[in-house]
Design a protein around this ligand. Structure first.
Ligand code: UT7
Length: 336
């Protein structure tokens, strides 16, 4: 049964926030450190520049994004019930980044946790946060996607270093009895048989840090780009078409596709499959690159800031990432 049919409360987004570190790495910079070109990066990925956090960990990115959300909405730290941090670059394995963010904010009444879903992390966290709100137990749940990808990028590997960037985006979820607003449906998947195509092998319990893991460069991102590209195109397009179909949405109904920003060519393929036009697709990969869990909330924050969203707009969020993980989520926007 679809969630919409059983809900008495819906979770909806009542505020957004974002943070991008100031330091910009443009494509020219990469020309100076690896054998690449601005032309290759633009045409193969759509990326023009990305950001880098020079000091501190992901908790700083997440904290700043939530502070921006608090400024935008008037939300007070002590009003926050739950903080969910979607990330693959936690400050450390434990305590969770959510604990560090809670302390930074002085969110004295909050509990929270990290969620590891790679590039689909924000989608997984948004659905999880919505379930907490719809349970009736929690009224103000902050969901933040934050990644300091520069901390795990191998700057000698041209196939990955040009792609990733640092950033964070946050949303506030609150309950509404207007079931036409907020999160309507989601289709989420994971398939660990993709573990070898995209990973960071060391630092966990399987391959604890050692001289050997450092020598083998296992503390950096490894990606088989072509392999991931093929499954990402199919995975993201299939799940976006499926959520439209089962909610009886046509391309004209959709205000925006909000896709994970990994590669402009994957985004274009998804949009084509959904039958939507370029202007119905949120894009900011040119400015920030692939910020993993942060891409989707950063898109939403940018477009909201630019007044391109209006109440009632139907959004389809879609992502594909390491694991593999992938999914789509359909929501009706609540803010003007
Ligand atoms: O967000 C999580 C999920 N990740 C994704 O969705 C990423 C999916 N993959 C991709 O986006 C693309 O596969 C990449 C952007 C990573 C690579 O683009 P590609 O068009 O698939 O390139 P490729 O791997 O097929 O490589 C084509 C050529 C190769 O050279 P040869 O063997 O043809 O001589 C690469 O060595 O491009 C070369 N190449 C580069 N050349 C210049 C790879 N990286 C670079 C580079 N600059 N940075």
């Amino acid at each position: 049964m679809k969630k919409r049919e059983r809900a008495i409360l819906n979770a909806h987004i009542t505020g957004v926030g974002k943070y991008l570190p100031e330091k910009v790495l443009d494509n020219k910079y990469f020309e100076s450190i690896v054998e690449t070109s601005d032309e290759w990066i633009r045409t193969r990925t759509g990326i023009v520049e990305r950001r880098k956090l020079e000091e501190g960990g992901t908790s700083i990115l997440a904290t700043r994004a939530i502070e921006n959300l608090m400024k935008n909405t008037g939300l007070k730290a002590e009003e926050i019930d739950v903080i969910i941090v979607a990330t693959v670059t936690p400050d450390m394995l434990f305590p969770s980044t959510a604990c560090l963010v809670q302390d930074n904010l002085g969110a004295t009444n909050a509990w929270g946790f990290d969620l590891s879903g790679a590039c689909s992390g924000f989608l997984f966290a948004l659905q999880t946060g919505a379930n907490l709100v719809e349970s009736g137990l929690y009224k103000k749940v902050v969901v933040v996607g934050a990644d300091k990808m520069s901390s795990i990028v191998d700057y000698t590997d041209r196939t990955t270093c040009v792609i990733f960037g640092d950033g964070a985006g946050a949303v506030l979820l609150e309950p509404t009895t207007d079931l036409s607003l907020g999160i309507q449906d989601s289709i989420l998947h994971c398939d660990g048989s993709g573990r070898d195509a995209l990973n960071m092998k060391a630092g966990g319990s399987l391959n604890p840090s050692s001289h050997e893991t450092i020598d083998k460069r296992w503390h950096y991102i490894y990606q088989d780009g072509q392999k991931v590209f093929k499954v990402a195109v199919k995975g993201m397009a299939d799940v976006s078409a499926e959520i439209m179909q089962r909610n009886e949405l046509t391309s004209d109904d959709i205000a925006y596709l909000v896709p994970h920003q990994a590669n402009l060519r994957i985004i274009d393929a998804t949009a084509r499959r959904m039958g939507i036009s370029d202007k119905q697709v949120m894009i900011n990969i040119d400015k920030y690159g692939n910020t993993t869990a942060a891409t989707i909330p950063l898109c939403i924050a940018d477009y909201y800031e630019d007044k391109k969203l209006k109440k009632g707009d139907k959004l389809i969020l879609a992502a594909f990432g390491a694991g593999y993980t992938w999914g789509s989520l359909y929501l009706n926007w609540s803010l003007d």
